[in-house]
Design a protein around this ligand. Structure first.
Ligand SMILES: Nc1nc2c(ncn2[C@@H]2O[C@H](COP(=O)(O)OP(=O)(O)OP(=O)(O)O)[C@@H](O)[C@H]2O)c(=O)[nH]1
Ligand SMILES: [Mg+2]
Length: 212
């Protein structure tokens, strides 16, 4: 008798291995992992492209364009002097969490003038990670507002540039005016494990929403 499907941490069921059409060796019923879309958002130069590149198991798709002198006075490079490109459409990468679940990551462009693309990029996403640079908290208000108004679960990830965070998490929470239910954490956009942990927090937020 076939055993019952077993629940996964993500709340859906995987059918166990069972023989196909009787006889012969048992076959594995291969089922593709559940695709889950997450968005990596935040202000200009906070580390969105870096985070997608650090975690993606495929070569990330990027749409970087050179920052030219035309951008002087428009894009603030004070805190990221080595930055010489910017995302003009989106970043794309993916990460298999386990055989049942695969994350598809979409990074937004950071410049305000590309804000018109956000609705298309966010369409179908179950959650978002808003990356924050504590030296420039103002730049992240728009992303926080966006997810709040859309009602999409999100977490705030403070990118510790050079290991430095200039405010406590309580101060960041207060400054961004995010509700108690929104996780605020510190991470390093360059570290795969750190990005993975941040994404799992977003996933938990999304799961809590579906259960709630
Ligand atoms: N020291 C340090 N540098 C970082 C860190 N994260 C990103 N950077 C650098 O900061 C710059 C900005 O990173 P990006 O990943 O391009 O930022 P972004 O948010 O995608 O930028 P836009 O798409 O232009 O808005 C790059 O030069 C990165 O190498 C970090 O955690 N520490
Ligand atoms: Mg980028």
């Amino acid at each position: 008798m076939a055993s019952a499907p077993s629940p996964t941490p993500w709340g859906y069921f995987v059918r166990p291995t069972e023989p196909l059409l009787g006889g012969g060796a048992p076959q594995t019923a291969v089922r593709p992992p559940l695709p889950v879309k997450l968005v990596i958002a935040g202000g200009f130069g906070v580390g969105k492209t870096t985070a997608v590149g650090a975690i993606s198991e495929i070569e990330p798709l990027t749409t970087e364009a050179a920052i030219t002198e035309v951008a002087a006075g428009v894009d603030d490079l004070t805190h990221t002097p080595r930055k010489n490109t910017t995302t003009v459409a989106m970043d794309f990468g993916c990460l298999t969490i386990d055989p049942t679940l695969k994350l598809y990551l979409f990074g937004t462009p950071g410049q305000e003038r590309f804000g018109f693309m956000w609705d298309d990029i966010v369409e179908g996403a179950v959650g978002g990670l808003v990356i924050v640079d504590t030296r420039r908290l103002d730049d992240c208000y728009a992303a926080v507002d966006y997810f709040e108004h859309k009602g999409i679960p999100f977490a705030v990830a403070v990118n510790a540039f050079d290991g430095q965070v200039q405010h406590t998490m309580d101060e960041v929470r207060w400054a961004l005016d995010v509700s108690e239910g929104v996780p605020v954490l510190v991470f390093d956009a360059r570290e795969r494990g750190s990005v993975r942990d941040a994404l799992l927090v977003v996933l938990e937020q999304a799961l809590a929403r579906t259960e709630g």
